[in-house]
Design a protein around this ligand. Structure first.
Ligand code: B12
Length: 465
C-alpha cells in the first residue's frame, strides 16, 4: 500500500501576516508516530504543507490527514480532491475529534482521539477488507511498547527543532478553554511513557537539543523525576511546558534544570482569580507567579509565558498590566492568545449557550481573531490590545529591561540573544527558510540555550555541558 501522510498548512501560514519561522519549528510528530504502524511492504510519504510543496497529482492507496481547526478548510479540500480520484481518505486529530460529523462529509474514515491504538486497528481492518467508517479511542490508551516514530520520513533540514518528542499524552488538569478534556474524552486523559523507553528514544535523537511537546512535562512527578535522573550526563539541553504549580512544588524543577532544561512554556494565562475560577484553572489560584519567575531565572531557565486575553474579568488595563509584569519579571518570550472557544470545550459550550459566539469561520480560530463577544471589552479593544501587547513586549527597550532583571550576566546575555533572535530578525529567518538552510540555525540555538548562570548554587554544579 502507498500511504501518504499530510499536515495541511494552518490558515495563518497561508496569509501574508505569517511568520515563517513559527511554522518551521516542529515536524508533524503525530503523523510520523502513526506511520510506525505500517507494514514492511507499505510505502510511506510524509508531507508538511508548511515547509514543502504539496504535490496533488499522485494517487496514493490511502491518504492520512491531520486536521486542526485552522487547517480544516484546506484539509477538507485536499481530502475531497483525493476521494474524487478514488483514493481512500482517513481524517483525524483535534478538530475531527471535536466535530466528527463535519469531517465525515470529507472522509472514508474518521478517527476520534489519540491514534496510537485506533490507527493500527484500522490498518488491520483494511487488510482484512472490512474497515469501519469511524474509529473512537477509548480504553487501553498507552504510548508504551509502540514501534518507534518514523523519524526518517521527516525532512530535518526544514525545521529549527527537528528533535521534537512526547513522553506523555494529555494533562492531569481540566482548564475549560483547553482542547484536552474534549480530545481525551471517553478514556484516560493523562498517561506516560516508560522511563527506559523515553530515555532510549532520547538517545536515538541526533545532536544535543530536544523539545518536549508534552502538555505538562512535570504532570507526573515520579515519572519526571526518574526521567531527569536518567537524562543527567546525557549532555542534552531541552525545552518543555509545565504549570505554575509544578514549578513551585518540591524540587522537581531543580532536577529538570540539572538534566538540561533551558526554557519552559508556563501557562500563567491570567492574573485574575475570578478568571482562574471561572476557567476551572484552580491550580494557578494564589500561586506566587513572581516566585516562579525568580526560581526559573536563578536556574538559568528562560520563560515562554503564555497569557490569554479576553476572559470575562479582563478590562482595558489587562494588556499593559500583563506586559508590564512580564518585562519586570524577566519573561524572555511571550505567547499571547485572544481567548478562543474551540468547539468541544466547556468554554465554547458556555459562550454558545450565552449566544456570544460571533464567528464560525474556523480559519479565525487561531487566537489572533476575536470570534465571540467579550464581557468588559469591545471586540476592537481586545484585538488592538492583543497586537499592542506583542508590539510593546518585543520593543528593544522592553527586551533589554526584561533581560536586565536577571542576576546572572550569562542569563542576561542568553535572554537578549533568544528574545531578539526569535522576534527581531524576520527577514533573516525568511532567507534561511527559503534556502532550506534552517538546520544551520539549530547549533546557534543550542549554543544560546546551553549557557547556564555562573556561580549557581550546588544544584547546578556541572550542569554547564
Ligand atoms: C507542535 C504544535 C504546533 C505547531 C504545528 C502543529 C504540528 N503538528 O506540528 C505550530 C508551532 C505551528 C503550532 C501553532 C499553533 N498552535 Co499548536 N501545538 C503544537 C503541540 C505543542 C504539539 C502537537 C504534537 O506534535 N503533538 C504530539 C503528537 C504525537 O500528537 P498529535 O499531533 O496530536 O497526533 C496524534 C493525534 O492527534 C492523532 N492524530 C492526528 N492526526 C491524525 C490523523 C489520523 C488519520 C489519525 C488516525 C490520528 C491522528 O494521532 C496522533 C498520535 O496520537 C500541540 C499540543 C498538543 N497536545 O497537541 C499544540 C496545539 C495543537 N496548538 C495549539 C495552539 C492554540 C496553537 C496556536 C494558536 C498558538 C499561537 N498562539 O500561535 C498556533 C496556531 C496558529 C494557527 N494558525 O492556527 C493548541 C490547539 C488548540 C485547538 N483546539 O486547536 C494546542 C492543542 C496546544 C494547547 N494545549 O492548547 N502548534
Amino acid at each position: 500500500m502507498f500511504v501518504k501522510f499530510i499536515l495541511p498548512a494552518l490558515a495563518e501560514a497561508r496569509s501574508p501576516a505569517w511568520r515563517p519561522v513559527k511554522y518551521s519549528l516542529f515536524p508533524p510528530l503525530g503523523l510520523a508516530t502513526l506511520a510506525a504502524h505500517l507494514g514492511p511492504d507499505d510505502e510511506a510519504q510524509l508531507v508538511d504543507d508548511h515547509v514543502e510543496r504539496l504535490d496533488l497529482d499522485d494517487v496514493p492507496d490511502l491518504v492520512v490527514i491531520q486536521v486542526y481547526i485552522t487547517n480544516a478548510r484546506r484539509a477538507y479540500a485536499i481530502a475531497d480532491h483525493y476521494r474524487a480520484k478514488g483514493c481512500r481518505v482517513a481524517l483525524g486529530g483535534l478538530h475531527v475529534t471535536s466535530l466528527p460529523e463535519e469531517a465525515a462529509g470529507h472522509a472514508d474514515h474518521v478517527f476520534l482521539g489519540p491514534g496510537e491504538q485506533t490507527f493500527p486497528a484500522f490498518l488491520a481492518d483494511v487488510r482484512a477488507g472490512h474497515p469501519a467508517s469511524r474509529y473512537v479511542s477509548t480504553h487501553g490508551r498507552t504510548i508504551q511498547d509502540l514501534p518507534p516514530v518514523r523519524r526518517e520520513l521527516i525532512r530535518r533540514n526544514r525545521y529549527l527543532v527537528p528533535n521534537s518528542i512526547v513522553v506523555s499524552r494529555g494533562c492531569p488538569r481540566h482548564c475549560d478553554f483547553c482542547y484536552k478534556d474534549a480530545f481525551f474524552a471517553g478514556g484516560d486523559g493523562f498517561y506516560v511513557q516508560r522511563v527506559d523507553a523515553a530515555l532510549a528514544e532520547i538517545d536515538r535523537l541526533p545532536g544535543r537539543h530536544l523539545y518536549f511537546l508534552d502538555d505538562h512535562l512535570l504532570g507526573n512527578a515520579r515519572f519526571a523525576r526518574e526521567l531527569f535522573a536518567g537524562m543527567r550526563g546525557m549532555n542534552r539541553i531541552f525545552q518543555g511546558a509545565a504549570t505554575v504549580d509544578s514549578v513551585l512544588r518540591g524540587d522537581l524543577i531543580e532536577r529538570a534544570a540539572e538534566a538540561g532544561l533551558r526554557s519552559l512554556f508556563v501557562g500563567f494565562e491570567t492574573f485574575s482569580p475570578a478568571n482562574l475560577r471561572a476557567g476551572n484553572k484552580h491550580q494557578n489560584l494564589s500561586r506566587d507567579y513572581a516566585a516562579v519567575a525568580r526560581r526559573l531565572s536563578d536556574l538559568g531557565v528562560m520563560i515562554n509565558g503564555s497569557f490569554v486575553f479576553g476572559m470575562d474579568d479582563d478590562g482595558p488595563e489587562v494588556f499593559d498590566r500583563t506586559v508590564g509584569w512580564a518585562v519586570d519579571h524577566g519573561v524572555t518570550t511571550c505567547t499571547f492568545h485572544i481567548q478562543t472557544p474551540y468547539p468541544g470545550t466547556r468554554l465554547h459550550d458556555m459562550l454558545a449557550a450565552q449566544g456570544r459566539i460571533t464567528s464560525h469561520d474556523w480559519d479565525e480560530y487561531d487566537t489572533r481573531h476575536v470570534v465571540y463577544r467579550p464581557a468588559r471589552l469591545t471586540a476592537g479593544q481586545l484585538l488592538d490590545g492583543y497586537h499592542r501587547a506583542y508590539r510593546d513586549f518585543y520593543r528593544w527597550s522592553a527586551i533589554a529591561r526584561a533581560a536586565g532583571t536577571h542576576a546572572s550576566a550569562r542569563h542576561r546575555a542568553k535572554h537578549l540573544a533568544y528574545a531578539a533572535g526569535w522576534r527581531k530578525f524576520e527577514p533573516l529567518w525568511d532567507l534561511v527558510i527559503r534556502a532550506h538552510r534552517l538546520a544551520l540555525a539549530t547549533p546557534v540555538l543550542e549554543a544560546v540555550l546551553s549557557r547556564v548562570p555562573e556561580a549557581s548554587g550546588p544544584t547546578m554544579k556541572g550542569a554547564e555541558q
